[in-house]
Design a protein. Structure first.
Length: 115
């Protein structure tokens, strides 16, 4: 299990990015307001459907709806071969509780843009 690379974008010049090649399960470190965007670049020959799952996320209360089970994690829409996805991590922070694993992206490249 590799930890997905965090890239500090608060630099005064160009920033080098060395993405993490995803395996069966990879760790994601999230800090509210700091770890801003997860970028997944599908360099494989087939579509992938990554899932982001914090083991501490069980249910979340939505006003007007009530409790919603989020224990299965957040599944990103299918990313075609050669495609990419960018996820604003603050927008899915309820899923990012506890130890966070990214699965379903075998062979894709990923990194987190931190500010």
């Amino acid at each position: 299990m590799a930890t997905i690379t965090q890239v500090n974008t608060n630099a005064t010049g160009p920033v080098s990015i060395t993405p993490t090649v995803l395996g069966a399960s990879d760790a994601l470190v999230y800090s509210k307001g700091v770890s801003k965007f997860l970028v997944i670049n599908n360099v494989t020959v087939g579509a992938i459907t990554p899932n982001i799952d914090g083991d501490g996320a069980g249910s979340s209360y939505l006003v007007g709806v009530g409790p919603v089970d989020i224990s299965a994690g957040y599944t990103i829409a299918s990313i075609p071969a050669g495609g990419a996805a960018v996820i604003d991590l603050d927008s899915i922070r309820s899923y990012l509780q506890g130890t966070i694993a990214v699965t379903g992206g075998d062979g894709a490249e990923a990194y987190v843009l931190a500010v």
